[in-house]
Each structure stands twice: as C-alpha cells, then as structure tokens.
Design a protein around this ligand. Structure first.
Ligand code: PLP
Length: 459
C-alpha cells in the first residue's frame, strides 16, 4: 500500500473529551497550503503519513495550530518513550545549547561522558562499551561491520551475515541487505550471497508452523548452502517491528547457544524495543538471553537524533583509533536530550509502567482482534506496543487498504497513528508514550475499535 493520504479537508464529527479535541475539518483547511507545498518540493516517499501538520506535542498529546488535539498512539515512531516535550528534556537541551557547545565531532565533552556512562549502567555487562552514532540504520550497519570484522578475525570465509525474513533494520545499503523485505531491496539490483535471511518464528502468522522451531533455523541455512562455521553474525529485531511479533523464548535461547558454539555474534536490534517499550528495559530480557551487540535508536533520546551500539568490549574495540567514527557521534545537545530522557525513564519507573498498563493495551487489542477476527489475523505485542494485522475477510491475504482506512479514520477522530506498517503494509500499529494515562489509553483504544467498525460498515 503506497497511496498518500488525501489532503483535502474532511468534515468529521466534532469531538471534545478530556484527551481529544476535534473542532474543525481534518486536516484544517489552513494547513493544506503547507501540506501541498511539501508535496511539491519533497519526494513522494515522504507522503506516507496522515496529513496533520503538527504544531506542538506534550506528554501523550499532539496538537495542530488550530486547537485540534490527538491522543498520541505513535510516539512519533516509537521515539518519545518518556513522553513528548518533557520539561526536563527541554531544559537539558536548552541548557546544553546555551552552554555554547553545539557540536564537537569526536572531541570529548562532558555530556558524552555522562551519557556513555549512563548507557553502560543499563548495559547487560559491566564492562560493555558504548559507541554513540546518529541513526538506527547507522547502529545496525555498525553491528554488521563489527560482525564481519570479528568473523575475519576468527578466520571465517566466506563471512555470512544472517537475519530474518520480514525484518527491518533501516534504509541504508547494509541495513537493507540485512533486511528481510524483498520489495525494499529491489533497488539494490543484486543478491549479496553474504547476507542470508531465514524465516522469523512469528507464531505462524507469516511463517510456516514448522518455522517456529529452532531446527528451522539450521535447516534454512542448509537450504541456502551456508554452513554454521561461515556465519559471522545473526541479527534480529527483538520483536519484528511491523507486526510486533516476538519469537518463542526457547528459539532465541537455542540461537544464543548456537552462536556461542559457532563463534557467531548475536545482535539484538533494539532500535524499537529498547528503553522500556515492551515492559522490560531491553526487549531481549523477555528471552532470558544476553546479546553480544545491541543496536539502539529511537527511544534512546525520546527526541533528538542519536543512536548507539552497546556491546562486548573486545568486539567494540576491533577497529583502531580514528577508524570507526561518525561526524555527529555524541553531539552535545543530543547527548543532553538522551541523558534527560533516560533519567526520566529510570526515575519514573516507566518500564514497569509499560508492563502494567501495557496489559490493558494488549487485552483491548486482543479483544478488538477477536471482535473483527474475520479481517484481523493477529494482535501481537508486549508492553506498550501492539499491531493489528489486517487481512481480506476470512483469508490470510494482507489487506493494506483496510489498515490505511482504519488509521485515517482514527486520526480524523482524534487518535494519532502513523501510516500502516508490517507485512505488506497491512498492520495498524499502536505505540503510545510510556507515560500515557490509562484513561487516555482506554479511550484511544475505543476509537481504534470504532474505526474498524466504521470502515467495515461505513454509513
Ligand atoms: C528495528 C529497527 N531498526 C532500525 C531502524 C532504522 O532506524 P533509523 O530510521 O533511525 O535509521 C528502524 C526504524 O524504523 C527500526 O524500526
């Protein structure tokens, strides 16, 4: 599904609750010029979101410039774990900026020390090292690079990097070679046999029932002509972002052992799952394992662009001084933002909160799935992330159009959702800030349910 949402204002029912206000046509007619201007001067790939011109966001609310207010079920795109625009974060950003250090390349500064120390404090092992980067793609690419270098160091040839079908690790070349969505890789124009994908064990929604067993991992490698001693690294999203699907814990535990046995690194892409989102600080805690490398992004700062790789020190140290840098690594203002966000997540026990009110989200998502089970194949997720995967009635054929319409309707009714994601772009994904009030969460889920009802039997 790659349609852009129309930008013509639609007259909708007015809404006025504690958490939502819709008092104009949506989008507001005065925002159309901005929307159109962006459509004229940006490439069309930027047109995937519902057409709301954001003015302000605070906590779990988003406003336009005309007083319409949405319950935020997007967190941007799983960025604002501690909530939008938190005063502590704004103060930290302003104070760093006013302190007159806006950038420093890789020259050291105190904010970088503080953030790296704080991240090391939440790392799985006390002697893990932390490298700051700018985007999630950069972090996953660094994991690929470290794995291949480690593979070279232990004498692997060829050096094969394994990931999973339907996975997403970013949009740059290496991240997409490791990605598991064939349509996203067509532009590359060749198959790189050093990157291999195996089925992701998603409980049988988009994999075969037999793929949920770890034996499928070994069998798939064998079918791809790859032997275990050639594998330098295995990377998986902790949960597969699109459909919010977790693997069985026993599968990941066996994978951990397999990686140990074959000198392959295990990498968890926590760009979405980290920083409390799933009800544990790291998503991989659900599996009871420790990865060798962790790719972080999004919720690491709750705001400004910064990412990180955290991992075993001997692996992180594979490249010599000056040889694995990034211009904006550890930007002082981004570091200040990330440190403030992390402090809020820890001080306010937002991870525990994500677990507690996450059960409200999961229950209501599953109830919606049961009510519309003809067209919602699955509700997957943990903590404060869930996806409703839409299909054509009574089949397992993805229905991107339905997801697209439900999201559009939800937004018109005061719930902010990003455009469809997941397998064939057919999932409605719900990921509010972790500090969302339970009442707002419940109200927003009622709107999602009504949006399904409306789109399945429009009046
Ligand atoms: C699991 C995962 N990894 C990596 C990325 C890439 O992050 P970025 O868009 O910051 O490059 C994303 C982005 O959606 C993601 O969800």
């Amino acid at each position: 599904m790659s349609d852009a949402y129309p930008i013509e204002p639609v007259n909708v029912e007015l809404v006025d609750t504690k958490y939502r206000t819709i008092k104009t046509a949506i989008p507001h007619r005065d925002s159309v010029a901005t929307l159109q201007r962006l459509r004229d001067i940006e490439p069309q790939c930027m047109e995937g979101q519902p057409p709301i011109v954001w003015k302000r966001a605070e906590g779990a609310s988003v406003w336009d410039a005309w007083g319409n207010r949405w319950i935020d079920f997007s967190s941007g795109v799983l960025i604002t774990n501690a909530g939008h625009g938190r005063a502590e974060m704004v103060d930290a950003i302003v104070s760093q900026a006013k302190g007159q250090l806006l950038t420093s390349y890789c020259f050291p500064h105190e904010s970088r020390r503080e953030l790296v120390e704080a991240l090391q404090g939440v790392a799985p092992r006390r002697d893990d090292k932390v490298m700051l980067l700018s985007t999630g793609s950069e972090a996953t690419e660094m994991c690929v690079k470290l794995s291949r270098e480690h593979g070279r160091a232990v004498g692997k040839s060829p050096n094969v990097f394994v990931s999973f079908d339907n996975s997403f690790h970013g949009r740059t070349l290496g991240a997409q070679l490791a990605g598991g969505v064939p349509d996203l890789k067509k532009w590359i124009g060749y198959d790189d046999t050093h990157f291999v994908q195996v089925p992701f064990p998603d409980g049988g929604v988009r994999c075969g029932p037999e793929d949920n067993e770890f034996s499928a991992f070994e069998r798939s490698l064998c079918e791809a002509g790859v032997s275990a001693h050639q594998v330098c690294g295995v990377m998986t999203e902790t949960y597969q972002g699109g459909n919010s699907s977790f693997a069985p814990a026993s599968y990941i535990q066996q994978l951990r052992q397999w990686c140990n046995d074959h000198k392959a690194l295990l990498i968890m892409d926590e760009v979405q799952a980290g920083f409390g989102r799933t009800g544990t600080f790291w998503g991989f805690e659900h599996y009871g394992i420790q990865p060798d490398l962790i790719a972080c992004g999004k919720g690491i700062s709750g705001s400004l662009p910064i990412s990180a790789v955290i991992g075993r020190s001997h692996i992180m140290d594979l490249f010599p001084p000056g040889s694995m840098t990034s211009t904006h690594s550890g930007n002082p203002v981004c570091c200040a933002a990330a440190l403030a966000s992390l402090k809020l997540i820890l001080a306010e026990n937002l991870t525990e909160r994500a677990s507690r009110i996450g059960s409200v989200l999961q229950d209501s998502s599953q109830r919606i799935q049961r009510r519309f089970s003809d067209v919602i194949l699955a509700s997957h997720g943990k903590g404060l992330v869930t996806s409703l995967h839409c299909v054509k009635p009574g089949t397992n054929e993805a229905d991107a159009k339905l997801a697209w319409r439900v999201i559009g309707r939800g937004v018109q009714c005061g719930v902010m959702l990003f455009g469809p994601v997941g397998f064939a772009g057919a999932s409605v994904k719900i990921s509010p800030p972790l500090m969302i009030e339970q009442e707002a969460l419940e109200e927003g889920m009622q709107v999602v349910e009504q949006a399904f009802a409306h789109e399945l039997s429009p009046v």
